[in-house]
Design a protein around this ligand. Structure first.
Ligand code: CP
Length: 326
């Protein structure tokens, strides 16, 4: 069916897969955030488990390294009472030459319900969603420089806790925009939720060819980009995706774009500082800011569990409800 448009929604407009925030309505995004609120409470109980996905099997297939995304997907599935398998691809039959599709079809034959995919290639999660059996849902845990939709939801959930009126917010996303799947998903999500102004701040070499097409205001100067913003989102230099010399040196990058308390002074006095991780301290952010009073970076990590519980339960829970007679 290659070439036909592919939708992550089912015929009733509900999530069947979760591949991108592109095309998701404000209602669907808000539904995920509200559902995450109820799951955040589960994480504070003595018994951090609900039976919603008992009998379901979630498979984490991470073809790229991860700390936050892999562990919070695993915890989210376990807290929903699903069974979880983390496939160690270095010890799987993939190293003996088995193709990606044969690996997927092998796992499908074990009657799994959901694959969570992280892959270095943009479009990998869509490709897999197109090719899996109808009983499997796919969640994108980050594909190349294309999308990281659950991270974007985590970030807006974190912002909403501190600054609930999005219509007044100015948000600056700073750093390696060109190679960042997080930035692409964040911009779409912030705009869909009605954020007043989204800015991207980077040297020209770390912007994509037509940066305005992302739907954000472009700033080359950190000082101008941070002026009067409510939220500062710092991004890592995606060294693994950078080809060729785009910067004079990491020292020079830190001097011009690394966030320090002094440079943060032009943002609003109550501005929060975010970073999806992993951090490169002393490159895009200094420790005084990362560990400082305005940092909400570890809150973002905690919120990963509730957001991923919300999306998993909305996909797998609804599929079951749709199958129930009457
Ligand atoms: N934010 C994020 O995706 O982090 P990991 O690479 O550790 O999963």
């Amino acid at each position: 069916m290659a070439g036909l448009p592919f939708s992550q929604l089912d015929g009733a407009g509900h999530l069947r897969h979760f591949l991108t925030t592109e095309g998701l309505s404000r209602e669907t995004l808000t539904d995920i955030l509200d559902t995450a609120d109820s799951f955040a409470a589960v994480g504070k109980r003595a018994i951090k488990k609900v039976p919603l996905l008992r009998g379901k099997t979630v498979v984490n297939l991470f073809f790229e390294p991860s700390t936050r995304t892999l562990t919070t997907f695993e915890l989210a599935a376990k807290r929903l009472s699903a069974d979880v398998m983390n496939i160690n691809l270095k010890r799987s039959a993939a190293v003996k030459g088995e193709s990606l599709l044969d690996t997927l079809h092998t796992l499908e034959a074990m009657h799994c319900d959901m694959f969570v995919i992280r892959h270095a290639s943009s479009g990998a999660a869509h490709f897999i969603a197109r090719n899996v059996a109808p009983h499997i849902s796919v969640m994108n845990g980050g594909d190349g420089r294309h999308a990281h939709p659950s991270q974007a939801l985590i970030d807006v959930y974190t912002i909403r806790q501190h600054k609930p009126d999005f219509s007044k917010l100015r948000v600056a996303i700073v750093g390696d925009i060109a190679h960042s799947r997080v930035a692409r998903s964040q911009i779409r999500t912030l705009r869909a939720l009605g954020v007043k102004e989204v800015r991207i701040v980077a040297p020209r070499t770390l912007l994509p060819p037509m940066p305005e097409a992302l739907g954000a205001k472009v700033f080359l100067s950190l000082e101008e980009g941070l002026r009067d913003v409510d939220v500062v989102m710092m991004l890592r230099l995606q060294q693994e995706r950078i080809q060729g010399p785009l910067l004079p040196s990491l020292h020079e990058y830190n001097a011009c774009y690394g966030l320090t308390e002094k440079k943060l002074a032009v943002a609003k006095a109550d501005a929060i500082v975010m970073h999806p991780g992993p951090l490169n301290r002393g490159v895009e952010i200094d420790s005084e800011v990362a560990d400082g009073p305005r940092s909400v970076i570890l809150q973002q990590v905690s919120h990963g569990i509730a957001i991923r519980m919300a999306v998993m339960s909305m996909i797998l829970g609804r599929r079951d409800a749709a199958k129930e007679p009457g």
